[in-house]
Design a protein. Structure first.
Length: 811
């Protein structure tokens, strides 16, 4: 073997070494441990420094390992005691062990079951998306003797393959690196084997990917001197020879591709890191229970969380459920983190979005990786084969051959990353992110120029792809410019079997109250995106970056390039879209609506709100808000909401100076007063924060929809919305105070009071997460963890930007 080959082998092999967790949840010094209800998790770095999460969930009896690498894979199993109940599991130590052997990365840890007999089953090795569905449909609670968990789309692929002529089938099997159908079927499910190796029982579970290119493995090892092991079907039983505990080692392995993680020094500005150091120093100088000490620990946890999510290739949305690229999450976070991020981090965000750009200029909302890509490809393949057989049966040989060729191409690219473009808000958000970066004077001009002219990702220069995206923005918004009527607003597409698909951030079924025209897109994102188009085009001209690609066709963008005044006219027209969504309620209407909503609540909830000093009977003010959406007829749907916080955050325009105008102050105070006004009239809940929606002014049908689907409803606070509000108010405070002696003291005082009110309530809730809720216990209201909340969520880490900005605003 050559010296070079030996060196490469040395680099590919990493001896086993212990590692400590980067983070663990819950942390009794930061979290309400009772809110986690038997759930505990730890985050590690594997041998490639990629993020690896392990969680034990006693609610579902699952132990899951998430490998947040380029495949977003997971390895999980269910643990039950002799009676079939959830087995009580714990780690024996904090440390785990990592290793790497050529392509395989390994991770090992030790668990103890507090029972004399533990049954392990429902081994699932594949995509985290499959694990998510497996738990959602409560398959983990079914008998270990039940039929293996099948992925319907992959089943359809196998059926489609078998229906092909033998010669075609053989060719397609070769695309999957499978000599026979039997070999391909063997890759459908994991296959456990148990044997005694020396003084240990070793159960090995192996899962080969459908195309045979990668392998996931799970090994369970137990000391044969203290534990008996038996395998029955696909499940394993470990029984203590004496005593009432069973200790066993778990080792997982993967050959998936890795990501390139970034460090905090690469992500954050030196100014922010200095602020973090000073916060840590203040925390170290006081007792551990002091507010300053708690804040320091929380900030350190959030910074570590950012490091776990950010790589050179992408920013993951959240762990464990969303360990992939999500366009909206990445772009929103980038906007909010600008004060504390290095410009290179922002450039990584922009480059990622441009690399995934659709042919029409669409921004990708979500990527499908690894086995999830296989799952989606399998569905497409089955559909193509079905159409091929139909055309062949009809005698259309050219059409049939074309469909068959397309099906074979799908097999060839079976695990190619697939992009989902169905959301519509991220197109506009992207333009704003680029504008804020390209007009930032702290970013060197040569860095901007080099970035835009780079063709490193293929498909032309980044500038050309950027112009393609801007062309889409201007084309989609042109109809309303030509005729500013509600029918020409940006609309959601129809949803089966009825209604409208929620294609912006409130993407749950009830999120936009079945509205067709979302307020956030039409009154906030579109006007700011068009303003950003002008800023980007101007900056590109100054940098000497050609914009000729934008003028080759007679498009809205081409017209704006040739005549910037027409773009300004378009911005003015779109800023007027607010009028369609404006709702004003008299005190009598507010009182009647809130009393009706209270009457429909459960007794304990109704009694609580009626006992508060802010009951509707005491209300004397009018209420003005922007409806969350318009219905199909263009009428506002009376759901007050937090979305205007985004407008508050984005401001009038980047770099606006001078004292605010009366119109600007009126719009700001409309949002501030809605956030500060006590629920059930407004959005504010004491010791909880601003709820994401208030449906009191809508119909009973909307009330029922939010009760059934509360994700974006009146019982939930979203951390990102609270952070947008706090950052927005801080920005308007700075602008108002910058007027010096001419500052409107009453306006400043109201902003400052609202900021402190929301900030205090969020702090008192005890949550700094993606979202949280509240409940009633013996007549008392209290904050509680929302069931599907992520342990680490990208845009929740924007609390770091809030802390940094407020430290400078509230001095």
């Amino acid at each position: 073997m050559s010296v070079l080959a030996l060196a490469i082998c040395a680099q590919l092999a990493v001896a086993s070494q212990p590692v400590m967790p980067v983070l663990g949840f819950p942390d009794e010094t930061l979290d309400d441990t009772s809110a986690y209800r038997g759930y505990q998790t730890r985050f590690y770095r594997d041998a490639a420094r990629n993020t690896l999460q392990v969680y034990i969930d006693r609610r579902s009896a699952r132990v899951v390992h998430l490998m947040a690498d380029a495949d977003n894979a997971s390895i999980g199993f269910t643990a039950r005691d002799a009676a079939g109940r959830t087995a009580s599991l714990d780690w024996t130590a904090a440390a785990a062990t990592i290793a790497r052997h050529t392509r395989t990365r390994q991770f090992s840890h030790q668990l103890v079951a507090h029972t004399a007999t533990v049954h392990l089953g429902w081994f699932l090795l594949g995509s985290m998306r499959v694990e998510r569905d497996f738990q959602y449909f409560e398959k983990a609670k079914t008998s270990f003797a039940a039929a293996p968990y099948a992925i319907p789309d992959v089943d359809r692929l196998l059926v489609s393959l078998e229906a092909l002529p033998p010669t075609v089938r053989a060719r397609h099997l070769r695309r999957l690196n499978a000599p026979t159908m039997a070999v391909l079927r063997s890759r459908m499910y994991p296959h456990p084997t148990t044997q005694r190796v020396g003084t240990a029982w070793v159960t090995r579970v192996r899962q080969v990917t459908l195309d045979g290119r990668d392998t996931l493995t799970l090994e369970v090892r137990a000391d044969a001197r203290t534990v008996d092991a038996t395998q029955s079907g696909d499940s394993l039983t470990l029984h203590a020879r004496s005593g009432d505990v069973v200790t066993f080692d778990v080792q997982i392995g993967t050959t998936a591709k890795t990501l390139t993680p970034l460090t905090r020094q690469q992500i954050f500005t030196p100014q922010f890191l200095a602020f973090l150091d000073s916060t840590r120093a203040r925390g170290a100088a006081v007792p551990a229970s002091d507010t300053a000490a708690v804040r320091a620990r929380r900030m350190e946890r959030q910074v570590s969380g950012v490091e776990l999510l950010v790589s050179r290739e992408k920013l993951m949305a959240g762990l464990p459920t969303y360990a992939t690229y999500f366009g909206r999450d990445m772009l929103m976070t980038a906007l909010m983190m600008r004060p504390i991020w290095q410009h290179e981090t922002l450039e990584a965000v922009i480059a990622t979005a441009l690399r995934k750009l659709g042919t029409g200029g669409d921004i990708s909302h979500e990527e499908a990786l690894g086995d999830q890509a296989v799952r989606e490809s399998a569905a497409e393949y089955a559909d193509l084969v079905a159409r091929y057989r139909e055309r062949a049966g009809a005698g259309d040989r050219p059409g049939a051959d074309s469909l068959l060729a397309r099906a074979e191409t799908v097999l060839r690219d079976l695990r190619k990353v697939r992009e989902n473009y169905h959301m519509i808000d991220d197109e506009y958000q992207f333009a704003i992110v680029v504008a804020r970066w390209i007009t930032d004077p702290s970013v060197p001009a040569n860095a901007k120029r080099a970035f835009l002219q780079s063709a490193a990702d293929g498909g032309g220069t980044r500038a050309d792809r950027l112009l393609r995206e801007l062309s889409l923005v201007t084309r989609l918004t042109a109809p309303y410019v030509a005729s500013p009527e509600t029918v020409n607003l940006i609309a959601f597409t129809p949803r089966e079997p009825s209604g409208w698909a929620s294609s912006s951030w409130r993407d749950s079924g009830a999120g936009y109250a079945n509205g067709r025209y979302a307020m956030d897109i039409n009154t906030i994102w579109v006007p700011h995106a068009l303003e950003s188009v002008g800023q980007i085009l101007g900056a590109m001209r100054e940098l000497g970056v050609p914009t000729t690609e934008a003028t080759r066709r007679d498009s809205a963008l081409a017209r704006y390039v040739r005549d910037p005044a027409t773009l300004q006219q378009a911005i003015t027209v779109w800023r007027g879209a607010t009028r369609h969504f404006l709702v004003t309620m008299s005190p009598e209407q507010v009182r009647a609506a809130t009393l009706a909503r209270l009457a429909a609540m459960p007794e304990d909830e109704r009694a609580w709100w009626q006992s508060r000093a802010s009951t509707p009977a005491a209300l004397t003010d009018t209420l003005t808000f922007l409806a969350v959406a318009l219905d199909a007829t263009g009428a506002p749907i009376g759901v007050a909401n937090t979305d205007p916080a985004t407008q508050l955050f984005l401001g009038d325009a980047e770099g606006s100076s001078g004292p605010p105008t009366p119109e600007n102050k009126a719009a700001v105070l409309r949002t501030v007063r809605l956030f500060s006004r006590e629920y059930p009239a407004g959005l504010f809940v004491d010791r909880i924060g601003p709820v994401v929606a208030n449906d009191a002014y809508a119909t009973p049908a909307v009330w029922d929809a939010f009760v059934k689907d509360p994700y974006h409803g009146p019982r939930v606070v979203w951390g990102r919305e609270a952070n947008l509000f706090l950052l927005g108010v801080a920005g308007h405070l700075s602008r108002a105070q910058g007027a010096g002696a001419s500052a409107d003291t009453a306006y400043v005082a109201e902003l400052r009071a609202a900021l402190e009110k929301i900030r205090t309530a969020v702090e008192q809730s005890g949550f700094h997460t993606e979202l949280w809720s509240y409940g009633f216990d013996r007549g008392q209201l209290g904050a509680m963890r929302y069931g599907s909340g992520a342990d680490i969520q990208l845009w929740s880490t924007t609390d770091l930007a809030v802390q940094y900005v407020l430290s400078r605003t509230t001095r």
